[in-house]
Design a protein around this ligand. Structure first.
Ligand code: NAD
Ligand code: TDX
Length: 335
């Protein structure tokens, strides 16, 4: 029996992970430390509120006292807490530097003091930069070349995590994952934004030419890959988690088709500043630990569309009164 501290557990991947872990490890205890920013939704955890093995603590990972309280008796830390939306980082990088870098620093110092058995840090493919159409996928050995403030803040946090292993021997692992999608994803991100816009009778804002490529993974497959690394990963190592590559225009067409809409529902909007062209990940190292994804992109998309159709109670309040993040309004140097 283990006690896990999950940070950012009221967010998209964190809430899916808590559900997943309590289902697959029913004897374990899970503590969820989350500041409940605009991206934290306790509604995502409504069904487990009464579970005696689950505790929620409202607190900030940049606050040493909050983290100290949450870390008591913890065996493993899984750090999901972050500012996660690239467009918001283009509008204002400061919360990204604060939470992603400073917050990870506080977690690491506290984890070392408490001598936790594992500190697992959730990272992203965006730390590696962007790929051209014919470049080979990123591997764990690809140098970090982050381009957005979000990606740079994640890269900085990863380097801090690695430094705690090299300097203090804190038993860390890291996963660098592609674009997750599935239930409980905030409607600011591409797939849930497009599904919910169409369900509300609004057009879908496709940036630029729609030619950008992302490496998509259904969130439950990400959860099982994190579990694999927690149970079988080697301390001090990074693992890339790959999925299915799709162009944004292809993703858009699949969503339109599934919801019975034609391409007149696409609204072409200005491109994201510094928009990364393509991400792709080689996950051979992870597959060598025995992990395999269960969902391909189309299966995951069917599940996701079904979930958003059936769970309007969850996403409708999130869209009401919230201004769209329009990073295209942000000017670049000299403009
Ligand atoms: P999310 O934005 O949905 O959730 C983030 C959660 O962290 C929210 O519940 C928020 O309230 C909480 N949080 C933010 N600042 C905090 C702070 N200072 N203290 C405590 N809690 C705080 O994010 P997500 O999409 O679930 O991503 C989770 C992690 O996975 C992030 O580290 C992100 O960088 C990484 N990641 C995400 C994806 C993806 O496609 N979503 C892909 C690769 C990696
Ligand atoms: O309205 C939109 N229109 C659009 O064309 C949105 C929200 C996005 N896009 C494009 C931009 C990207 O090419 O779709 C692609 C996906 O965009 P996002 O959903 O914002 O994700 P991305 O920027 O790729 O980053 C995601 O994956 C990696 C997560 O938000 C990060 O947290 C993760 O690290």
């Amino acid at each position: 029996m283990s006690k896990l501290l999950v940070t950012g557990g009221a967010g998209f991947i964190g809430s899916n992970f808590i559900h997943y872990w309590l289902r697959t490890h029913p004897g374990d205890q899970v503590v969820n430390l989350d500041a409940l920013t605009y991206a934290g939704h306790l509604e995502s955890l409504k069904d487990i509120e009464g579970n005696p093995n689950y505790t929620f603590i409202k607190g900030d990972i940049t606050d040493a006292a909050d983290v100290e309280k949450a870390m008591a008796g913890v065996d493993m830390v899984v750090n999901f807490a972050a500012e996660s939306h690239v467009d918001r980082s283009i509008m204002d990088p400061s919360p990204f530097i604060n939470t992603n870098v400073m917050g990870t620093g506080v977690l690491l110092a506290t984890a070392l003091k408490h001598e936790v058995k594992r500190f697992h840090h959730i990272s992203t493919d965006e730390t590696y930069g962007q790929l051209g159409l014919n470049d080979p996928p990123f591997t764990e050995n690809t140098p970090y070349r982050p381009r957005s403030p979000y990606a740079a803040s994640k890269a900085a946090s990863d380097l801090l995590v690695i430094s705690y292993y090299r300097t203090y021997k804190l038993p860390i692992t890291i996963t660098n994952c592609g674009n997750n999608f599935g239930p409980y994803q905030d409607p600011e991100k591409l797939i849930p934004r497009f599904i919910t816009n169409l369900l509300e009778g609004q057009k879908v804002p496709l940036m630029g030419q729609g030619e950008n490529i992302r490496d998509w993974i259904f969130v439950l497959d990400d959860c099982s890959s994190i579990e694999t690394v927690l149970l079988h990963g080697q301390v001090g190592e990074t693992y890339c988690i790959g999925g299915d590559q799709q162009r944004n225009i292809e993703v858009t067409r699949k969503i339109l088709k599934a919801l019975g809409k034609d391409e007149s529902w696409i609204e072409r909007v200005a491109d994201r500043l510094g928009h990364d062209f393509r991400y792709a990940l080689d996950d051979t190292k992870l597959q060598n630990l025995g992990w395999k994804p269960e969902f391909n992109f189309d299966q995951g998309l069917d599940e996701t569309i079904k979930w958003y159709k059936e769970n309007e109670w969850w996403w409708r309040p999130l869209k009401q009164g919230r201004p769209n993040v329009d990073a295209s309004a942000q000017k670049s140097y000299g403009q």
